[in-house]
Design a protein around this ligand. Sequence first.
Ligand code: ARG
Length: 581
Amino acid sequence: MTILQDLESRLATALESVVGEPTRGPVTPAADLRFGDYQSNAAMVLAKQRKTNPRALAQEIIDKIDLSGLATAEIAGPGFLNFRILPEAFASRATAMLNDEKLGVPNIGAGKTVVVDFSSPNVAKPMHIGHIRSTIIGDSLGRVARFLGFNVIADNHIGDWGTQFGMILYGWKNLLNHDALEVDPIAELVRVYREVNAATKDNPELREECKNELVRLQTGDPENTEIWLRCIDLSKLGLQKIYDRLDVHFDYWLGESFYNDRLGSLVEEFLEKDLARVSNGAVCVFSGGTKKLEEDPFQVHREEGWVDNPSIIRKADGGFLYATTDLATIEYRIDTWKADHVWYVVGVPQQLHFRQLFDAAERWGKSCDFQHVAFGSILGEDRKMLRTRSGENVGLIEVLEEAVERAAAAIAEKNPDLGAEEAAEIAETVGIGAVKFAELSQNRLTDYVFSWERMLALQGDTAPYLQYSNVRIRSIFRKLEQPFDAANASIVLTEDQEIHLARLLVRFGEVVPTVLDDFRPNLLANYLLELARAFHSFFEACPVLKAEGVTRASRLALCDLAAKTLGKGLDLLGIKVPERM
Ligand code: ARG
């Protein structure tokens, strides 16, 4: 049980005895430590309902609540209850954490399956900066959910069946450089795609030829099917290399084409069940009329008033669309995987698509907790779209390469004695960690400004700072003559800095679940920064190796726990820690 849960349950017992029936009151972490660690407005809420004096009611609650061994309480302002946790409560919980692999994180996901749909790039198109965000955020949410006990299925819903294949097939047959394909298949496919795409702009015949190639693929032409399969294989190999480098893993890669066989019958089913009807030759899903106009994704407000805003699931020419595939995907995930939750980590521009999709799926009877985990854009320091040094739009690989290069330069300067191999390994861990942390420490919905200097700084709100903190803590243990036995240690707290460090350590179990409340890894990222700062203040104020007896053992145990908690927290963000830096 976390401290927060313990407080809530003791408060509930007190409220019940004051009110005479089971009553729960919310407890939240206090915004400012001067007022205590936690607070509750339960007395004010209840007093309003019962039309009594809130401060008097708060006093009654304080008289009844049993806080022994945990906290002290006082009334503040109009009737807030402020709780200050006792150092011995922090100490006993921190001691218990020394033997807990989960570091106090509760198993709130047991028995629940969540599908995380993330990364999901399009085959033979460059992976752009939006895919970076999806990959990094999605991976972290999956890690957090897994640690909370959910059964997590990471699914890479790659775009392997789009209209881009018309152009790629044409390019493959007419423009492909086979040597370049050997060297870097993704780059060559992207080059071909870009070239054909540009050429079609003012060439209607070429557009027609590409369209014909697409139709041949869609109708099962063997040559085109073979080329298409090769493109997918080559792209997957290239993508896998990036994912390995990022330490990102998928359980499945069920791309769009996986659902092709189901699309025709699905559209028929929608027509039969009156979930869709034909309009101008196309099959469209319209409003179910179950929502208020303002909340109905199938309605838009125009000058003339509210008008239909349908989602097309079969074009007049018989072609299926993104929405059709996504409906089939939902069915598969619910029927085959028994998903309780599906999280789509996709940029803000697809918001309408997902609102329509979720609404249509629910009317279809496929119910599940669907979430569009949206994110904003990444901007350059000029606040425009991010570009590389050579002025191009930034792809994922370029960002990683540059981050690692810059980290290597910084490391060479700081620690010139490292061997080449170790230095390269550290640069990889630091560079990639920095990119991930810059992403995850932001509120996902705000557009954030990408700054190399800021994200790689050793003394800032950065991954390198956290990695360095972790390395520094672990180096303490290398100085010991005998290995330290944390499992049998016990933590005693006297100095303010020790108390504060323990306060943050035991909060880990409260912070991790909050990441999933609104899909905000930045809550964990910010907590880790606060934890690292608390560690450094503690380490400055409290001698560890020079201390003696019980104090020394307790401080070593605090160090051990700080290293484990920082390490685990970074792991939940998908960030590794080097042995040395
Ligand atoms: N391939 C899409 C894109 O790059 C993202 C797919 C997201 N997942 C989904 N089930 N629609 O924009």
